[in-house]
Design a protein around this ligand. Structure first.
Ligand code: SF4
Ligand code: SF4
Length: 446
């Protein structure tokens, strides 16, 4: 298939990044690149999707990588994953041997956040993405391995993005990873995993570090890689439940300038002008006095990885939430990120300061939930789905159906608005459209 046809197929299938951000893939790959990296790091504790996808579907993932290399003209491709994913490495090696493209496996250390785009680009290529920049600025495109699978599925089988693999884990009786239709309720899936084993719990959409605590009536989106049930009384859960405003107040009164947040900040270790402790030091300033010259603008360089928040700070503060709050206030004043340096040097102690997953799991207090969540062969198909229209970066998709319409699995039900960043959305089950709202379309199976 030609370049334009490949991009159009990816666009019409509604593919967005499966790793969490949900950036529309047809826009990301529509560029010229030297290197494409398949991101199989899966560094969030307790998630078991990408590692098993690479094990089970190595050929398709390599195929997806080949398509992105063809589109971008990249001469070199990598699949970067952790050395502990032994079966995946073995299967990928076989798939790569059968490929005519120049593809290599790159072994990452077992640390957090090895899957961050900027960190992975440095690890694999030695290139440092400029402050506030994206990988293509150093000639790289990074795609999550499940996204690569979706690309291959769309191109080879003409399938649209209507289901995805999800790990249902944590405090559930029978943790598992399963293909789930988009729009399936979390509550239903938690029951499918044997139900909850703790009396008082919360539900997280994604991993413990970057995932959000959500209502259990939430539904699976294209970006949902995990549904984690965890006890409410875990210290880090209590912290996640606190508001940004409360964290700002606590930061003003309690930060002792110990520097721990800066020591482990991986963006600081990559040479970025991000010194979390210095931002905390200027918290006494009121939002009215925020300016483009202030140290507070370093907040724009924070990726919200959560290390300073859930791992480093001995005073139980949350620089991450504080920076989110500051960034919001700066943007409300029309102040944009002034940090754009590209002459960066990694910190000489980077290798020693990185945070191992083992230590992270201990600190979060979730060791007892660090269990296998094996792939279930059959797909989970619910009787009803509620498909969100805003499950990606960009504009809401515009409904193309009305209540009472009959739809077949895979039909287009909402389209990306013309000339805007967005993604198409398709019916994830066959049935009747029972509700069309600004936020979602509900389909009841027949
Ligand atoms: S959340 Fe904290 S550790 Fe992570 S990038 Fe932001 S400041 Fe650095
Ligand atoms: S780790 Fe906590 S107490 Fe120490 S400087 Fe950072 S925010 Fe302040």
């Amino acid at each position: 298939m030609e370049r334009v046809s490949l991009i159009n197929r990816i666009k019409s299938a509604g593919i967005v990044g499966c790793g969490g951000a949900g950036f529309p893939t047809h826009v990301k790959v529509n560029t010229k690149a030297e290197i494409v990296i398949g991101n199989g790091a899966e560094c969030e504790p307790l998630l078991r999707v990408d590692q098993q996808m690479m094990e089970k579907y190595s050929e398709k993932i390599v195929k997806g990588l080949e398509y992105v290399m063809s589109i971008t003209g990249a001469k070199k491709g990598y699949i970067a994953l952790k050395g502990k994913y032994k079966e995946a490495i073995k299967n990928l090696q076989i798939a790569i041997r059968n490929s005519s493209f120049t593809i290599e496996i790159f072994i990452l250390g077992d640390y957090y956040p090895a899957g961050d785009e900027q960190d992975i680009v440095y690890e694999v290529t030695g290139r440092i993405v400029p402050e506030g920049g994206i990988p293509i600025m150093v000639g790289c495109v990074v795609d999550n391995v499940t996204t690569l699978y979706m690309i291959a599925d769309a191109v080879i089988y003409n399938r649209n993005f209507i289901s995805r693999p999800v790990t249902i884990g944590g405090a559930v009786k029978d943790p598992k990873t399963v293909w789930v239709r988009i729009g399936t309720s979390f509550k239903e899936l938690i029951e499918y995993a044997g139900g909850v084993t703790e009396p008082d719990y919360v539900v997280i959409d994604g991993g413990p570090m970057m995932g959000n605590i959500v209502d259990e009536n939430s539904v699976v989106k294209k970006t949902t890689s995990g549904i984690l049930v965890l006890p409410r009384d875990l210290r880090f859960i209590q912290k996640k439940l606190r508001s940004d405003r409360v964290e700002v107040r606590n930061g003003k009164s309690t930060c002792d300038q110990c520097f721990e947040c800066t020591i482990t900040c991986y963006r600081n270790l990559l040479g970025h002008n991000l010194y979390p402790h210095k931002i905390m030091r200027t918290l006494f300033l009121e939002p009215e006095s925020y300016s483009e010259e202030s140290l507070l603008t370093m907040s724009f360089l924070c990726s919200q990885c959560g290390l300073c928040d859930l791992y480093s700070c001995p005073m139980d503060l949350s620089p991450r939430k504080v920076f989110r709050f500051i960034r919001q206030k700066l943007m409300e004043k029309g102040i944009k990120n002034p940090h754009k340096r590209s002459d960066l040097k990694v910190h000489p102690e980077r290798d020693f300061r990185r945070v191992s997953i083992k230590r992270l799991i201990e600190r979060l207090g979730i060791k007892k939930y660090d269990r296998p969540a094996p792939f279930v062969e059959e797909e989970y198909i619910p009787e009803k789905v509620r498909i969100p229209l805003n499950q990606h970066i960009g504009a809401h998709a515009v409904p193309k159906v009305k209540e009472g319409d009959s739809v077949k699995e895979g039909d287009l039900i909402a389209a990306s608005p013309e000339e805007k960043l967005g993604a198409n959305i398709h019916a994830s089950i066959s049935g009747r459209v029972t509700e069309v709202k600004d936020e979602y379309i509900e389909i009841t199976g027949v």
